[in-house]
Design a protein around this ligand. Sequence first.
Ligand SMILES: Nc1ncnc2c1ncn2[C@@H]1O[C@H](COP(=O)(O)OP(=O)(O)OP(=O)(O)O)[C@@H](O)[C@H]1O
Length: 273
Amino acid sequence: MADGHAEVLVVSDFSLAIAGEEKLAHLSFTLRAGERVALIGASGCGKSLTAGALIGLLPAGAQWHGSLRLNGHEVAGLHPARRHAPQRAAAIFQDSASALNPLVTVGKQLMMVPADLPGDAAARAALLLRDVGFDDPAAILPRYPAQLSGGQRQRVCIALALACRHRLVVADEPTTALDLATQQHVVEALSRLSAQPSPPALLFITHDIALAAHLCQRALVMVQGRIVEQGAFEQLTRYPQHPYTRELVEAARRAGEAITPPPPAAAPVRALG
Ligand SMILES: Nc1ncnc2c1ncn2[C@@H]1O[C@H](COP(=O)(O)OP(=O)(O)OP(=O)(O)O)[C@@H](O)[C@H]1O
């Protein structure tokens, strides 16, 4: 199968309980290379637990069954420290400040990632920053994370995810703390992931259907730990089946939000608002 269509992540009948209480129930979905897929749901429905399960960070005492296959390898319950490169996923979180080392410059953090890209480490770091929309990487490389805005830090996190060359990127509400204009920069940086020569699959976790529709081609809709509906945005927004999806679509329309999906290729996202 062509790289652009290769299955990166296959989740099969995955369930998870904490202290005997079911939190995720029978999740099944697939992500292919280059796809940008949204996981949408209300607060507390289990989105972050799903992200944690994928990257290998489960709450202590969590019990799970089912299968999570990443690049063909079973990874369910496997801590990131025990994973080999093809079993790892890059993670981008809402709190970009704690994701970066505050004592190390952006340039050094990017250069620390072992890379199989051509060029010297500094040139590669500059290129990665360009890839996430920085016009003047030389001005960013010597800065410490605290000397960047939240949106700039978030784009540095995306550059780090790119540098690691993982095939799966899990972005858990990466734009929630940002203003609209900054959100757009971050969303554009995420959309460029699919323009990489070996594009990763992106799981974009959000409660914002309009933002998700600007970035992603497909969505998984989660209610109380279950995926109640999944499909292309075109289909979901025109013919929502589940009452929660209908509610989301109607609320976005009432708010005047455009919920048209992006074209399937790695075209730039449309401007928000
Ligand atoms: N470490 C934990 N220990 C016990 N319960 C937990 C733990 N982490 C999450 N939960 C519970 O699991 C459920 C799902 O939580 P999760 O954080 O995945 O929700 P979410 O959809 O990401 O919410 P939000 O959008 O507010 O971040 C919630 O009931 C939450 O209280």
